[in-house]
Design a protein around this ligand. Structure first.
Ligand SMILES: O=C(O)C(=O)C[C@]1(C(=O)O)C=C[C@@H](O)C=C1
Length: 440
């Protein structure tokens, strides 16, 4: 288990594989050997004209973004680095059952017209022609979808992956960035990643990664999060000197931990289930973990306290990411997520947000993050000196589909005040009812 640590300054990204300590179900974990922290280059604007923008909105393709990536940082897929990878982590990048040419020629299965000759005595070719379905390694829905999540089995993200895609094959990744890469390199078809929690707030890392990578938000899922305090069997609360978990989980249980009277230091680790796994693997009798009941079961831990989240309505919102956007529709409630940087000027942020208010479009979330490519703007106030303003990127979620004219018009207006704008996705809202997860 790794404690959270600052990223290395730069390097190329390689996706490697390893077995984690004592994985209970034996899955391989996709992990990052080196990470790329090269900044993204944003030119001004996303399309050249307003009419371009409107037609682009209509088909919802964030591919229209004028922000070119350097070739070396382009994701896999058509011509990315994935092309050279046939199989990674036991997952075929493309599951085509192709017969090698030599073998086909030897057993007479070479296709007619494909270079082989049928001399009349041999059986006719058994190979089926390729269809569009064969060429789509990522089925749109249903079973066998490979879904990357951050953490190990028993993590809430694994549960979210199962809620989003009930029959999926969940692929554990040791970092958020690796989950993005797994989709880009066709190791996974989707990633399911947490973006915000009702108590702990936003998971900033994933906001930054959404911008750095070229994946599209294709859905959202909300998961009630019910935390347990757990330790090795026989360990009593009084022995605990340390509580380890994901920083979000620690934040979500802060008051309850204090009320329980634990004299224990809090320590952040990569994920909740990984905390339980670590205690079990190292036989730590002075350490407790905050994780799910499923993690307790998987790693042989005993639950000391159940439902220790500070609020029984504790919910984490996850987004589903894919290589391709979905076509937005109007027959059910949709949400759209955008990110923009606003231009210089007076009240520009107010004007941008008014574009939604005037059209009765409800905003459900706004998050600002440092504009890492241009973090500071110098404002020269004559005779007064030079002020330094911080520059921000604003992430906004609003309740409308990009198939709606009012949403297209709102974004056309935003575009007029924005130095950068990208649609991260337009996707069905998670309307499933959920019940509070208990607790105090
Ligand atoms: O550590 C886990 O189990 C996770 O899935 C991550 C995560 C998060 O990042 O917020 C997911 C849900 C909970 O809010 C706590 C942790």
């Amino acid at each position: 288990m790794q404690a959270l640590s600052p990223p290395p300054s730069s390097s190329s990204l390689i996706v490697g594989t390893s077995r984690r300590r004592r994985p209970p179900t034996g899955p391989l974990v996709v992990h990052c050997i080196h990470r790329s922290y090269d900044s993204v280059n944003f030119p001004a604007g996303v399309v050249s004209s307003r009419s371009d923008w409107q037609s682009s909105c209509a088909i919802l393709s964030s591919k229209v973004v004028g922000q070119e990536q350097p070739p070396e940082s382009r994701s896999g897929g058509d011509n990315g680095p994935a092309d050279s990878i046939a199989s990674v982590n036991g997952h075929k990048t493309i599951d085509l059952d192709l017969v090698p040419i030599d073998k086909a020629a030897a057993d007479g299965t070479a296709a007619v017209g494909g270079g082989g000759s049928n001399n009349g005595n041999r059986p006719l070719p058994m190979q089926k022609p390729l269809t569009i379905t064969d060429l789509a390694p990522a089925p749109m829905h249903g079973s066998q979808l490979r879904v990357a999540y951050q953490g190990v089995p028993g993590a809430y993200s694994e549960a979210a992956a199962g809620k989003a895609y009930p029959k999926c094959e969940a692929i554990p990744c040791d970092q958020f960035e690796v989950a993005f890469q797994a989709v880009e390199l066709w190791i996974a078809d989707r990633a399911v990643l947490p973006v915000e929690n009702s108590l702990g707030g936003s998971i900033h890392r994933n906001y930054d990664l959404l911008l750095r990578h070229r994946l599209h938000i294709v859905g959202e899922v909300q998961l009630p999060v019910h935390h347990c305090l757990m330790a090795l069997p026989g360990v009593r609360k009084e022995y605990i000197t340390r509580v380890i978990s994901h920083p979000q989980a620690l934040a979500q249980c802060e008051h309850t931990l204090t009320k329980l009277g634990l004299q224990a230091a809090r320590e952040a680790v990569d994920d909740t289930a990984g905390a339980a796994e670590y205690i079990a693997a190292n036989n730590l009798r002075d350490t407790a973990a905050i994780a799910s009941a499923r993690a307790a079961e998987l790693y042989g831990m005993q639950i000391l306290a159940d439902g220790i989240q500070d609020d029984c309505g504790n919910v984490t919102r996850f987004v589903m990411l894919a290589r391709e956007p979905i076509i937005p529709r109007t027959d059910r409630p949709f949400k759209t997520s955008i990110v923009f940087a606003h231009d210089k000027g007076t009240s520009v942020l107010f004007k941008v947000l008014s574009a939604f208010a005037f059209r009765n479009i409800n905003l459900t979330k706004i998050e600002s993050r440092p504009h890492r490519n241009r973090p500071i703007r110098l404002v020269d106030d004559a005779n007064v000196g030079t002020a330094k303003h911080f520059e921000y990127l604003f992430y906004v979620d609003f309740e409308a589909s990009m198939a709606e004219v009012r949403a297209q018009n709102a974004l056309a207006e935003v575009q007029e005040f924005a130095s950068f704008l990208r649609v991260l996705g337009s996707y069905p809202m998670d309307m499933t009812p959920w019940s509070p997860s208990g607790g105090d």
